[in-house]
Design a protein. Structure first.
Length: 198
């Protein structure tokens, strides 16, 4: 990418490792808040291998890959990044990042209606150990409590996990069908516009 853009580096190795942390950090530092219960050392070894491979495929060099090394080494690296990188940035909460997070949460709420921005923000702030500055209404508090209860307790049970997974797959397929319908509608609209302009 840099070679095509006058050698300007838009995404550094460090930027990619910070992105990798967003997926790996909660898993190794607070697994119960991330919905992981009863995992063995082999399970953690497998998920770290998976994310090490994803990092490699995205172009993260091995010496920078967050998931390189033992579980304890990865955990230590994640904790260091949390305190030196994530907490200071989250405490500042710049408007562009907040807007991106709100829009991402709104998109996810089409699949999981419990994801309101205030509820999701409260959950993220809890993950990183900071007080949440986002105001929450009654509905947001209910959503947050349900997310927390689901992730820390209900998801422990196999039947609940199976049901949640089936529901999520169904919602994703519904969203995909809706997306295809919107794309077809847009295609027809573009064809009609071209026809009338000819």
């Amino acid at each position: 990418m840099a070679a095509l853009n006058d050698d300007v580096v838009y995404i550094s190795q460090w930027d990619m490792v910070l992105g990798q942390w967003a997926f790996v950090g909660p898993i190794v530092m607070c697994p119960s808040l991330a919905g992981l219960h009863g995992w063995t050392n082999d399970d953690y070894g497998a998920i770290l291998h998976f994310w090490r491979t994803i990092g490699y495929l995205l172009g993260i060099e091995d010496k920078y890959n967050l998931c390189q090394g033992s579980y304890n080494q990865v955990r230590t690296a994640c904790e260091t990044m949390l305190h030196k990188e994530y907490k200071p940035v989250i405490e500042k909460a710049d408007p562009i990042s907040v807007a991106l997070a709100k829009n991402s949460t709104e998109a996810m709420s089409m699949v999981v209606p419990l994801y309101t921005w205030p509820a999701f923000a409260a959950y993220i702030y809890k993950l990183v150990g900071l007080p949440c500055p986002v105001e929450m209404g009654i509905f947001d508090n209910i959503c947050y409590s349900l997310i927390h209860f689901m992730m820390t307790f209900l998801i422990k049970f196999d039947r609940v996990r199976v049901c949640v997974n089936k529901l999520t797959r169904w919602k994703l397929k519904s969203a995909e069908r809706k997306d295809l319908q919107l794309m077809e509608k847009k295609s027809v609209q573009l064809l009609l516009e071209q026809y009338y302009y000819v």
